[in-house]
Design a protein around this ligand. Structure first.
Ligand code: PEP
Ligand code: MN
Length: 341
């Protein structure tokens, strides 16, 4: 439920509405906004009757929220959320487009340090690399796990680059939160609710990928778990969905970028590597996401993709990545100028 007050409502009117909400055993959340004063209601598991609010003159309108998410929605938070990362790096709103790059998996210290130094050289501030790898086959490389986290911790301390890595279970969150700057929830775990609750409690910035076959509503409802746990630092990541089409690894659903921006205040990024599964398609789709209004991209890049232990065919070579970064930056400038006109 969303309660919108008249523009003349004073602090005591707001307090009265909040008291009424609390008297029902529910939680009021103030909704900031220059245009209106509104109070959201959370904590209910079903319909809330209007009757307790009926005599309150300062109330202009009561909106019943039927979506499975509230804190994530623009109704509850009209302005864009900007997620603050360490080192004054920001994502969301009108912050600069954020490029995240790195290999699918951590394979060793040299590979990660070489990649981090390369990324820094081309001006990329965040490195991605998986320590815990959710692989379809148990016979495939499963990741270096805790040893991988130590490598990430070392690389961020020695180079100053920020690092993002995936967690697959609630038990992994505590240690990962100490060793990296951003946690990632992968497509296969988008509805691992215990994991969502745990990263909610951790307060760490989180990249939440869209599930393999998840609807936008299910994806946003998963983000709601994290926000409800007290963590507002959520970055949504579209990584393609499974359709009847097998020519690409997944079907890149770029329309959700502007769609999700209209439904939610959270930043949205795009992962053209998993969305296509093909190195030759990655640059064009990354550029398309800039035009679609994404706040950033996450791209797989590897010093030697031909010998990568996972996702080599979709990983860019350093040279290709560097050329793409230049094009992204030119396009971003163009988009900013054209949106001001
Ligand atoms: C990854 O980022 O390497 C990954 C496993 O992605 P997804 O969860 O989108 O499949
Ligand atoms: Mn991968």
């Amino acid at each position: 439920m969303l309660i919108v007050l008249h523009h003349w409502a004073a602090d005591k009117d707001v307090a009265q509405v909040k008291r009424t909400i609390a008297s029902l055993g529910l939680k009021p959340v103030a909704i900031p906004g220059a245009e209106r004063t509104a109070i959201g209601v959370i904590g209910n598991q079903g319909w809330i009757e209007d009757s307790p609010f009926r005599g309150i003159k300062s109330i202009r309108e009561i909106i019943h929220v039927t979506k499975p998410y509230k804190l994530v929605s623009r109704d509850f938070h009209p302005s864009d959320t900007v997620v603050n990362l360490p080192g004054k790096v920001r994502i969301g709103g009108r912050s600069p487009f954020l490029v995240i790059g790195g290999p699918c998996a951590i394979e060793g210290r040299d590979q990660i340090f070489q990649t981090a130094r390369f990324l820094k050289k081309v001006g990329v501030k965040v490195l991605r690399a998986g320590a815990y790898k959710p692989r379809t086959s148990p016979h495939s490389f499963q990741g270096l796990r805790e040893e991988g986290l130590e490598i990430l911790d070392a690389v961020r301390k020695e180079t100053g680059i920020l690092v993002v890595t995936e967690v697959m279970s609630p038990e992994q969150v505590g240690l990962a939160a100490e060793k990296v700057d951003i946690l990632q929830i992968g497509a296969r775990n988008m509805q691992n609710f215990d994991l969502l609750n745990e990263v909610g409690r951790s307060g760490k910035p989180v990249v939440l990928k869209r599930g393999l076959s998840a609807t936008v509503e299910e994806w946003l409802a998963s983000a709601e778990y994290i926000l409800l746990g007290g963590n507002r630092n959520v970055i949504l990541c579209e990584r393609g969905i499974r359709t009847f089409e097998t020519a690409t690894r997944n079907t890149a659903d770029l329309a959700v970028v502007p769609l999700v921006k209209s439904l939610s205040h959270l930043p949205v990024i795009f992962d053209p590597s998993h969305a296509t599964g093909r190195r030759d398609l990655v640059p064009q789709m990354a550029l398309a996401s800039v035009v679609a209004g994404a706040h950033g991209v996450m791209i797989e890049v590897h010093p030697d993709p031909e010998h990568a232990l996972s996702d080599g065919p979709q990983s860019l070579h350093f040279k290709e990545f560097e050329a793409l970064c230049r094009r992204i930056s030119g396009l971003e400038g163009f988009m900013r100028r054209s949106s001001r006109k």
